[in-house]
Ligand binder design. Structure first.
Ligand code: DAT
Ligand code: MG
Length: 149
């Protein structure tokens, strides 16, 4: 079963949106297998966003991600990586479709509320970067036969 890494960024946590956002993934039928609130170190932020290190917004991005607690999670489900990106919406909340998390709650690209892995390789890397094996639970919700054939 596919897994993806999701992080509610400091703006989402500060604005009290964590519960609403987690609910959207639960309501969709994906399974939480990891969940924690944490203060992100500069080192973790820089590693997570290493692909963007030459971009002009990199320093501000690292500063933002380390500016307050983040809710990190791992979600499981068939096709969860692409589906979570779709629920999250476009990178810029101003152009993200209404009904998506960024489209409903964001108004600025530098405060876009949430991160989601963009592909199977990055999902695997990010899960390993943010969570230990012991922090992940393998379980099957009893409702699963009503969510998935
Ligand atoms: P995404 O988070 O949708 O995968 P990304 O990987 O292109 O987007 O960029 C990572 C984060 O960097 C993004 O969530 C917000 C920030 N960012 C991207 N482009 C930006 C820009 N032009 N100005 C400011 N911040 C930007
Ligand atoms: Mg990205």
């Amino acid at each position: 079963m596919e897994r993806t890494f999701i992080a509610i960024k400091p703006d989402g946590v500060q604005r009290g949106l964590a519960g609403e956002i987690i609910s959207r993934f639960e309501n969709k039928g994906f399974t939480l297998v990891g969940l924690k609130l944490m203060q992100v170190s500069k080192e973790l932020a820089e590693t997570h966003y290493a692909v963007h290190k030459e971009r002009p917004f990199f320093a501000g991005l690292v500063e933002f991600i380390t500016s307050g607690p983040v809710v990190a999670m791992v979600l499981e489900g068939d096709g969860v990586i692409a589906a979570a990106r779709k629920l999250i919406g476009a990178t810029n909340p101003l152009t993200a479709e209404p009904g998506t998390i960024r489209g409903d709650f964001g108004a600025n690209i530098g405060r876009n509320i949430i991160h989601g892995s963009d592909a199977p390789e990055t999902a695997q890397q990010e899960i390993a970067l943010w969570f230990t094996e012991a922090e992940l639970a393998s379980w099957t919700p009893t409702l699963m036969p009503w969510i998935h054939e």
